[in-house]
Write a protein that binds this ligand. Structure first.
Ligand code: KIV
Length: 307
């Protein structure tokens, strides 16, 4: 860490005006009041702090970190320990947003007991305030909710089912699959899910589910009719290295901005233009003078030695 980084730092004025902690019941209240829920992923302290200070309601430590942070081709490899490590960093940064940890592939697929004990690990070991689970795992959702852990469902294009789906494909396009996703959504809500992420489904289907469910829906590639929207931090800022999906809107080109800044730094180093005198530490005046005097005397001393 550099001496110029101050852990904790001052709170932004915007944050001071947005201090009421968001909880899962807050999300339900927002749905009832027709207030859109803003959600975004984040994976580390600095990005989470920016997300929170920008007033985003829900911050998901998504297993998408496997791809956008760790460089894997899909989300399947990320482990519980890696997710816990990143969730802890995010939790330290956040004051207001609801912090949700994504349960990674393999952490809840063998049994309900395993899923429940990993959900408990997220709460105890990382400070997560809710967990998210992909697929219609109704009994697991019930068990986690019964253990007092808020749980968010995730239906539609569920990236952990990549191999079963045969690729990342928009889901719920046939009458049968629409019936299925609607009944899964109802079952998750009945089992105690506090909210539901809908990913990669036609907007008409997402609108119907949103209208039917008592819990909020949060869409990604599910059209504007959901109760909230979520995007991946790196997609929103163009910090990815592949063409974006149709539903992604780039709000900034942080990739180009960062690359240009780093290239300027490299050039300054190569031209000895960094650091400047102002960016250097100095000895106090007296010490500087004595250093200079000693240096000036050196040739004389050398002369005397020769004599
Ligand atoms: O992992 C993730 O980022 C997600 C969101 C896309 C919903 O699950």
């Amino acid at each position: 860490m550099s001496l110029t980084s101050f852990p904790g730092g001052a709170k932004s004025p915007r944050l001071a005006s947005l201090t009421t902690k968001v909880t899962v019941p807050t999300l339900g209240e927002m749905k009832r009041q027709g207030k859109p829920i803003s959600a975004l992923t984040a994976y580390d302290y600095s990005s989470a702090r920016l997300v929170d200070e920008a007033g985003i309601d829900l911050l998901l430590v998504g297993d998408s970190l496997a791809m956008v942070v760790l460089g894997y081709d899909n989300t399947l490899a990320v482990t519980m320990d890696e997710m816990l490590h990143h969730t802890r960093a995010v939790r330290r940064a956040v004051n207001r947003a609801l912090v949700v940890a994504d349960m990674p592939f393999g952490s809840y697929h063998s049994s309900i007991e395993e899923g429940l004990s990993n959900a408990i690990r997220f709460v105890k070991e990382s400070g997560a305030e809710a967990v998210k689970i992909e697929g219609p795992r109704v009994e697991l959702v019930r068990a986690i909710a019964n253990a007092e852990i808020p749980v968010i469902g995730h239906l539609g294009l569920t990236p952990q089912s990549l191999h079963r789906m045969g690729g990342y494909r928009v889901q719920a396009r046939s009458a049968e699959s629409i019936r299925q996703i609607k009944s899964d959504a109802r079952a998750l809500a009945d089992a105690g899910a506090g909210a539901l992420v809908l990913e990669g489904v036609p907007r008409e289907v997402a609108e119907e589910i949103t209208a039917e469910l008592p819990i909020p829906t949060i869409g990604i590639g599910a059209g504007p009719g959901c109760d909230g929207q979520i995007l991946v931090f790196h997609d929103l800022l163009n910090l990815t290295f592949a063409p974006p999906a149709k539903f992604v809107r780039r709000y900034a080109d942080a990739g180009a901005f960062i690359r240009a800044a780093i290239e300027n730094y490299r050039k300054d180093v190569e031209h000895r233009a960094f650091p400047s005198d102002e960016e250097s530490y100095h000895l106090p005046e007296t010490a500087r003078r004595s250093l200079k005097t000693n240096r000036d005397e050196l040739p004389i001393v050398a002369e005397l030695r020769k004599a």
